[in-house]
Design a protein around this ligand. Structure first.
Ligand code: ZN
Length: 301
């Protein structure tokens, strides 16, 4: 990296491509304009998510790349991409993480990954250790609503304990993101308050800044030294971006927010980056969001 080039880290993307897909992780589909959302549909039939971002509101398919095209796309700007691999109910952590780890290796040093686990599985703590020690994952990721559990469910506690011990971060989905069949109650961001109190050494990333509950996440960021947030999907969506008090965030939580695209569910890494560039904030805060905060959290020099 040259001195003039900014550090760009996309902390929230998914390993879903036209020529590679994790089992159970169907790509997002456009939602027909004006069609009522059926939130009680079975998520296992829908794959991981039916996000409604501005593109899908217009009935457009978010852009998907092949692995090769995605590498080229990143090469234009990005220093690093983080692939998140949360599980849907009943999926094997070992198989899913092994498959993702192979894909991540294809990117050389440019990609890292956060592995999935299911606390209802046979040996979730063992799955976490295997993912970090053997497969080289740099963190973990869960969408508790896909597992039918609350963020602060005690079933997660032995896993949180292990992740804290390993010293790696965990990304937790927060907010009403329109994932089919999933109850908002499981992923209310404020539930992170319990986890942050009970595991003060656990580095927690609240994904999507809580979607529309961004001020709840703001409270968590102010209260807890160990809570961070990524801005993927809703906060950087052109339909919603102007709602957020960016100047307040700059004065209060500027060291806690990180760039994320939620590729391919929401934006391409480039699109997310362009939205950050357009925010009404200082260049210094933009640099922190684009990569400096993530580098610090991940221990990248
Ligand atoms: Zn995501």
């Amino acid at each position: 990296m040259t001195a003039s080039k900014q550090l760009i880290i996309d902390i929230h993307a998914h390993p879903t491509f036209t020529d590679f897909m994790q089992e159970g992780h169907a790509p997002p589909k456009p939602w027909p304009a004006n069609k009522k959302l059926d939130v009680v549909a079975d998520p296992s039939k829908m794959g991981i998510a039916m996000h409604l971002t501005s593109k899908q509101y217009k009935g457009q398919q978010p852009k998907m790349f092949s692995v090769k095209e995605f590498k080229e796309h990143l090469n234009e700007t990005h220093n690093m991409i983080n692939f998140l691999c949360p599980l849907t109910k009943g999926q094997s952590a070992k198989e899913s993480n092994e498959k993702a780890a192979k894909l991540i290796k294809q990117f050389g040093g440019k990609a890292i990954g956060f592995a999935g686990f299911d606390p209802s599985g046979k040996d979730p703590v063992g799955d976490i250790e295997y993912a970090v020690y053997e497969l080289g994952f740099k963190g973990l990721k869960i969408i508790p609503s896909l597992l039918g559990l609350d963020i602060n469910d005690k079933l997660f506690y032995p896993c949180y304990e292990k992740i804290q011990e390993l010293g790696v971060p965990i990304t937790i989905h927060t907010g009403a993101g329109l994932i089919m069949g999933c109850r908002i109650n499981h992923v209310r961001p404020i539930l992170i308050d319990d986890v942050a109190f009970d595991f003060p050494g656990l580095k927690i990333i609240a994904a999507h800044m809580g979607c529309w509950d961004y001020m709840d996440v703001h409270s968590l960021l102010l209260r807890h030294a160990n809570v961070y947030s990524d801005l993927s999907a809703w906060p950087l969506d052109p339909v919603y971006v102007d709602l957020l008090p960016w100047k307040v965030f700059e004065q209060t939580v500027s060291d806690k927010l990180m760039l994320g695209s939620d590729y391919p569910a929401a934006q391409t890494p480039q699109e997310a980056l362009e939205v950050v560039d357009s925010l009404p904030i200082s260049e210094e805060f933009k640099r922190k969001i684009k990569g400096e905060n993530a580098a610090k959290l991940l221990g990248i020099k």
